[in-house]
Design a protein. Sequence first.
Length: 489
Amino acid sequence: MHKLDSFTLQHHYADLGPVFGTPTAPAPLSEPHIIHVNKSVMTELGLDPAESNHPDWALFSSGGKLFSGSLPFAMKYTGHQFGAFNPELGDGRALLLGEVTHNGKRWDLHLKGAGKTPYSRFGDGRAVLRSTIREYLAGEALTALGIRSTRALCIAGSSELVAREKMETGAALIRVAQSHIRFGHFEYLFYTRQLEAQHKLVEYVCAQFLPEVVGEPVQVQAEALLRLTVKRSAELAAGWQSVGFAHGVLNTDNMSIIGDTFDFGPYGFLDDYEPGLICNHSDHTGRYAFDAQPGVVLWNLNALAHALSSLLDTETLKDCLGQYQPLLIEFYAGLMRRKLGLATEDDGDQQLCADLMQLLESGRVDYSLFFRTLSHYCGERPAAALEALVSPSQHEPLGHWLSRYDQRLQKETRSAQERSRAMLQTNPKFVLRNYLAQRVIEAAEGGDFQPLHILFDLLQTPFDEHPGFEGWSAAPPESGKHLPISCSS
């Protein structure tokens, strides 16, 4: 394990050349102070967790001091935003600091809130405390739920004022991912006809994630990469739908080439089961509503496939994209069987699940609480704990569904106790609800970071009971539902 002062980065991506971005020095935040250091991510990177108390963390996490070997680099890309192509994109408030390899994995470190870059357009290049906390928590929440996601190494606050809808304080975080390559990187090189550079980018990504095709013709590598991206994107979309996560702004520049949840903004986890939930108050048409996500991911994959059309013929592209729907269905069905405690597969499972979703929707039942409560169900009548989650008018439909569920469980070979234990490790007790995030943000803006520390720890182990913290697992009050969340950060 490395000490912070000897932690050294490489800069493989920046070495690809000026086509891919611009070396840019960060603009340090004023009077930075450390808010949190993620010991779990430190371990992933090969940093000694004992270094979490190092006095220079505030400088490293806010641009005031660089890790050894770092070459800050603003990445250039484009993308489709709300369905329209925008050529004027790139790292407008973030810099790729470099990469580090530990235990056979290479990790990117990306400083967000680093100040203006050549791609800032009219922005100030800053991030604010509100959005930084939301991203910090979201990466941990999804990772603990088994959903691929970027994470963050640390978060810093400052006294610097930043203008958004109101004046807020500036903040920064170091995002960590195995890759920061977006669909938009390939779109940029395709639409500007920098095809040799696009070939180089295909080879760069394959060298890290598809070593079995390294040395093959670039067309072979491009097909393998597209198939990997389709598969991982289908798995990602299925994961989001199973845990009730709405990303909120699935533009192609927010899509990771390796299928990580990327670029957290106006996201939200479901409270009541609302398939049409729109968590981004700028999404006036519902393009990125919760139930629209699987289709939007496919739309984005089509955009990526088009960007690779200089390398792959139409039939190959269609065949790659044709994998998406069956993979999505397969992944989602498997995840929902786990949520229902079904270890085996049965022809009626899909309908059983669909009918439950209809019941939850019509009754506006809390999604996470229902499945957590179902994890304790052992066939009792009346099913008082479950009935308490629905209105009296729903008791009869719930009873009918539970009778069918009981019959289905008779086909299982596991005991009720074994099933319950498995479900309790699948259906979380603690979920990153927007009202909880807002509670933490408001406390932090007032200088109290203890709620942030509490919620962070709970989200890292969301399946545990955590006695004494039941208030953090409760459904929101009506005033805590449908909080307006914007893209601004």
